[in-house]
Design a protein around this ligand. Structure first.
Ligand code: ZN
Length: 154
């Protein structure tokens, strides 16, 4: 999986995906579920198993997740259910409760959306131009106005 700028992998595990609802045919089948500090990604092998190639079947940014829950059917393993604008995929993954906790933690760590009252800090770096003194050849800062060595105007 390719990580974006500043993206850190937090968790990954073998998972079996099942689409929920009538519209989505994907994600489906076995693959690997990844949680990073930015998104959830499900990748599944493509083509021949031995090729090692994987395909991103499902991807959602953490701030686009509307809900995460664990569904416990009467029969079978509990499933991690993601509610997103792209549907409600569920994943059969080891310890789905630990996943919901990790996802909740990652969402809390997300930076606030722009304009949420945070004052941003701008660092303005002033460019200092060095000039050589006409009289003694010493280097001085243009902004100082005077040669640091002989005091002549720069
Ligand atoms: Zn000088």
């Amino acid at each position: 999986m390719l990580l974006g700028h500043g993206e850190v992998p937090l968790r990954s595990a073998y998972a079996v995906a099942a689409p929920e609802g009538p519209s989505s045919a994907r994600p489906k089948g076995p693959g690997v579920l990844y949680l990073t500090n930015h998104r959830l990604v499900f990748e599944a092998p493509v083509g021949r198993r031995a090729s090692g190639e994987t395909d991103t079947q499902f991807e959602v940014a953490l701030h686009d997740l509307t809900n995460v829950s664990v569904r416990r059917p009467r029969v079978g393993a509990p499933r991690l259910v993601l509610e997103t604008s792209q549907g409600r995929p569920s994943f059969d993954v080891l310890d789905p409760d630990a996943w919901t906790a990790s996802i909740a933690q990652a969402r809390r760590a997300l930076p606030p959306p722009p304009g949420a009252g945070e004052t941003s800090v701008h660092v303005i770096e002033r460019q200092v131009v060095k000039v050589r003194c006409r009289y003694c050849s010493a280097l001085g800062n243009e902004l100082d106005g005077r040669c640091p060595s002989c005091g002549a105007p720069l």
